[in-house]
Design a protein around this ligand. Structure first.
Ligand SMILES: [Zn+2]
Length: 142
């Protein structure tokens, strides 16, 4: 069973309704068997709520939050330094370089890092090339 919040486009009544599955909801809707409990209109839609963003604490700019961010930043920076020292930067050629290592058995002493689009990463994964996504902070201040 699945519960949906529904809203009537006609009288703006919102109400909850249970369905056996999401398919059942679509089926009833298509057959116009889904009607408003108040005005009987078939113009009933799923009432999609906007996702809530939990960042109210951040706007307070309290010390604890700032410190937390600084701590995370420090960890990421350390990680970045490690990668910069131990991996070759290939920039936007990441997908190309990753493939050449994978297919040509190119012997590289170092791993590589660089930037790639989401679709590049998806393709690489489909080809069996494992990649790791890292948080990266571009910091020009030091
Ligand atoms: Zn209604």
């Amino acid at each position: 069973m699945i519960k949906y919040k529904l809203i009537c486009k006609k009288c703006k009544k919102d109400f909850d309704s249970w369905f056996a599955s999401s398919n059942e909801f679509e089926k009833l809707k298509r057959k116009k068997l889904l009607t408003c409990i108040s005005c009987n209109s078939a113009k009933v839609e799923k009432n999609l709520m906007a996702p809530k963003v939990i960042n109210s604490n951040l706007s307070n700019n309290n010390q604890e939050e700032i410190q937390k961010f600084k701590d995370v930043k420090k960890v990421v920076k350390n990680y970045q330094n490690f990668i910069k020292q131990n991996f070759d930067y290939v920039g936007n050629n990441f997908a190309y370089e990753a493939r050449s290592i994978h297919y040509d058995n190119k012997k590289k002493v170092k791993g590589i890092y660089g930037t790639a689009s989401k679709s590049d990463l998806k393709e690489l994964k489909e080809e069996g090339i494992e990649t790791q996504i890292l948080p990266w902070i571009e910091d020009k201040s030091n």
